[in-house]
Design a protein around this ligand. Structure first.
Ligand SMILES: [Ca+2]
Ligand SMILES: [Ca+2]
Ligand SMILES: [Ca+2]
Length: 292
């Protein structure tokens, strides 16, 4: 399983690349930002001058969204991640289940703010490769960056980072923007070997993206939940659709959506390896499957 670079934009495009990426995925401009956007942006900016701290804060914040919150998860997780990222400066950071095993993995885009940093700190570089931590379960993460291919391991002065299944094959791909440089689109090759379900929410009235909706699913191996949100990572916005990795599970027995305002909607026995669009109060209004 590797990440292949499929697009390297001209530098002039990089400032708009994240928005373009989202526009392709969403085909509409988000209506408003979830409260977490401001929090993440502030944390990201702090991280720009305080190496490692942004990763701590974002990991802590994102853990609160993934699976069952557990205070005991925080310190062991952060220690593992910080150890591997001690010499890099993190900007874009997010959780995504790149191998669809049901455990949220961590992507970190890196790049220093000082071009000449290596002159005073020889072990630290201006351009740095991203980092990918695979969630092994039981509070353990493994740094799998080196196995993700040569393109993925190339140093960049990275800033924004977003995810989305741009080629609609089920697995999540990643887009990284760089400081005064091109944007890099990394295709996830082989990440779709396990089962998955993509859920896009459509709210009624003003909140048509369903921002703030909490989606809880249950399958043979357990429960997962996530929240539909807009801005996250650093100066970026990922796909609003929620991708749940399901491992070998062949069915989602229950899917419950708690819409902003408190209304709840429940669906049962949903087939895996497809994307569904659920409209508030109606149910599944459209579905898609990867081209074979
Ligand atoms: Ca995973
Ligand atoms: Ca994909
Ligand atoms: Ca793929």
């Amino acid at each position: 399983m590797t990440f292949s670079q499929v697009i390297r934009s001209k530098p002039i495009l990089s400032a708009y690349a994240i928005l373009t990426f989202c526009a392709i995925l969403l085909s509409q401009i988000p209506l408003f930002n979830y409260l977490g956007y401001e929090f993440s942006a502030v944390i990201g900016l702090i991280g720009g001058v305080t190496a490692g701290f942004s990763t701590i804060a974002l990991v802590r914040k994102e853990l609160s969204f993934e699976r069952e919150p557990n205070p005991e998860t925080f310190i062991p997780t952060v220690c593992k991640v910080i150890g591997a990222s001690l010499l890099t400066l993190a900007f874009g950071t997010f959780f995504f289940d790149y191998d669809l095993d049901g455990l949220a993995d961590i992507f970190v885009a890196n790049g220093h703010i000082e071009e000449e940093i290596a002159r005073v700190q020889p072990k630290v570089q201006y351009a740095e490769p991203p980092l990918l931590f695979r969630n092994l379960g039981k509070k353990k993460f493994e740094n799998v960056t080196a196995a993700m291919g040569a393109a993925f391991n190339r140093p960049m002065v990275a800033r924004g980072a977003a995810y989305g299944d741009f080629d609609r094959d089920g697995d999540l791909d990643a887009l990284v923007t760089t400081n005064s440089g091109p944007a890099h689109l990394f295709r996830n090759d082989g990440g779709n070997q396990k089962n998955w379900l993509s859920v896009r929410t459509v709210g009624i009235r003003a909140n048509r993206d369903g921002i703030g909706a909490v989606v809880r699913i249950e399958s043979a191996s357990g429960k997962q939940w996530s929240m539909v949100r807009s801005g996250s990572s650093y100066c970026s916005e990922s796909d609003h659709a929620l991708t749940f990795g399901l491992g070998a599970d062949k069915m989602v027995s229950s899917l419950e959506i708690e819409w902003p305002g408190g209304a709840k909607q429940r669906l049962t026995n949903i087939a895996v390896n497809q994307g569904i669009v659920v409209e508030q109060g109606k149910g599944i209004v459209s579905q898609w499957k990867p081209a074979k």
